[in-house]
Ligand binder design. Structure first.
Ligand SMILES: [Zn+2]
Length: 187
């Protein structure tokens, strides 16, 4: 368990600009003649407002002969234009399962295959969840419940004495979290 688990890590949900291999497959972009300039647009799920957009094209470059090429451009994120630090070539890997058809993967610079690559603003291009050090909200929701216990000594005490094992485990987690924080403050 990382020390910065409940403080500095961003969640997947906080990275609205990501590439989803399914989107490229569904849009037919991978079957069209390569080189056509295309654009990706991201919208919020709440009100459909545009979060960002990026230009790209499908090319036959790269180790697998199929890749997404993002030219150097300004990334529009929430109305702000941010230089993305250069161009990026993302290899696509086609896997043919025994039952037929084709399954595509995006290849991260670390060498891992991923269904999604995330753009971290002010970082170098799209990277997989592991490289971007992203976590899922569910992992933090658990910590939010611990936080609630840390703030309320009576609740924490009740959780530690609870007859429900899961509640006790949560209480123990909150207790050790609180201890660690106090040690950090130099107590
Ligand atoms: Zn990676």
């Amino acid at each position: 368990m990382g020390r910065d688990r409940w403080t500095t890590r961003l969640t997947v949900e906080q990275c609205p600009i990501f590439l989803d291999v399914q989107v490229f497959r569904r849009s037919g972009a991978l079957k069209e003649s390569p080189g056509l300039p295309r654009e990706l647009t991201w919208k919020t799920s709440e009100n459909g407002a545009t979060v960002g957009h990026l230009r790209y094209r499908v090319t036959q470059e790269g180790p697998s002969g199929l890749a997404l090429y993002f030219p150097p451009q300004l990334v529009a994120v929430n109305g702000l234009f941010i230089p993305d630090g250069g161009d990026q070539l993302i290899a696509l890997e086609a896997v043919r399962p025994h039952l037929g058809g084709v399954r595509y993967w995006l290849k991260c610079e670390c060498g891992k295959r991923a269904g999604r690559l995330y753009l971290l603003v002010a970082a170098a291009g799209f990277r997989c969840r592991r490289c971007a050090n992203l976590t899922y909200r569910s992992a933090q929701r658990h910590d939010a419940r611990k936080d609630a216990l840390c703030r309320n000594p009576a609740l924490l005490g009740a959780a530690l004495r609870s007859r429900k094992p899961r509640r006790r485990t949560l209480g123990m987690g909150a207790f050790t979290q609180q201890l660690r924080r106090e040690q950090k403050r130099g107590w």
